[in-house]
Design a protein around this ligand. Structure first.
Ligand code: HXC
Length: 253
């Protein structure tokens, strides 16, 4: 249900259930997580891009798969659990979003570290229209990402917003013309993957601490990670290269 490509130091995951607008069923979740874990463990990979197709990043969790489930079904066999593991991935993940990113699709984009959207992208949490609510962090990550006012608006009304509004509220980092989406996302990923890999990992961890800890604890973690960066070969290389006015060559260790 996914296609995986390796482009130099970038791993590209393409969600591939086009007929159902990449509805996120269990198999797609398990395949995606298995590949994310594999790419995370691969020293030859420095960043990951997740994308869909021109019509949809993902139109949400698979409604057909969920429709007849009971509380006990979900409680005893949490089919959303694989998505919880995305946050264990230590390398940066960019969501390249074209078309629909709704419900679980919007939540998957939010699970990534950075969203780059094509100008036709649509984001929303329409679960309320189905008689439910977001289930893989939509209410929590959306609120942290865009604040209470917009999170309440989106989660309670279920309305979609376009890419430009998503940019204005801070949900997405960049909006680009549709035909430039993949080039832009891959360039960003190649840039990240070219830097000192341990520092990249530390930087992701430090920013995430801002969302998971009180400020004092986040600042402590940042300082420690900053100090730890000086234990990496890449710090010596990066700073020596600057002093000698040459381009750094990072060996990613
Ligand atoms: C299963 C889906 C689907 C979904 C679309 N499809 N979204 N199947 N689960 N989430 C299927 C349709 O049934 C249809 O199949 C095909 O994809 C094309 O969709 P259409 O509706 O014909 O396309 P269109 O008219 O362009 O409308 C696009 C759309 C609409 C606005 C995105 O499909 C839609 O509203 N989808 C549901 C969006 C949603 O409610 N998402 C939240 C899901 S709940 P056929 O066989 O008829 O061609 C959720 C919970 C999150 O995500 C918490 C846990 C992860």
């Amino acid at each position: 249900m996914i296609v995986v490509e390796r482009r130099e130091r970038v791993g590209l995951i393409i969600l591939n259930r086009p007929k159902s607008l990449n509805a996120l069923n269990r198999q797609l979740a398990e395949e995606t997580l298995a590949v994310l874990r594999e790419l995370d463990a691969d020293p030859g990979i420095g960043a990951i891009v997740i994308t869909g197709n021109p019509r949809a990043f993902a139109a949400g969790a698979d409604i057909e798969e969920m429709a007849e489930k009971s509380f006990t079904d979900f409680y005893m066999d949490d089919f959303l659990a694989p998505w919880d593991e995305v946050r264990q991935i230590s390398k940066p993940i960019i969501a390249a979003v074209a078309g629909f990113a709704l419900g679980g699709g919007c939540e998957l984009a939010l699970l990534c570290d950075m969203i780059i959207a094509s100008d036709d992208a649509q984001f929303g949490q329409p679960e309320i229209k189905l008689g439910i609510l977001p289930g893989i962090g939509g209410s929590q990550r959306l609120a942290r990402s865009v604040g209470k006012a917009m999170a309440m608006d989106l989660v309670l009304t279920g309305r979609n917003i376009g890419a430009q509004e998503a940019k204005e509220i801070g949900l997405v980092a960049r909006v680009v013309p549709k035909d430039e989406l993949m080039q832009n996302a891959l360039e960003a990923a190649h840039t990240i993957a070219g830097y000192n890999a341990p520092a990249v990992k530390m930087a992701k961890r430090a920013v995430n601490a801002a969302f998971e800890t009180p400020l004092a604890e986040g600042l402590r973690q940042e300082r420690l990670l900053f100090q730890a960066a000086f234990a990496t070969e890449g710090q010596k290389e990066g700073m020596n290269a600057f002093v000698k006015k040459r381009a750094p060559v990072f060996r990613h260790r």
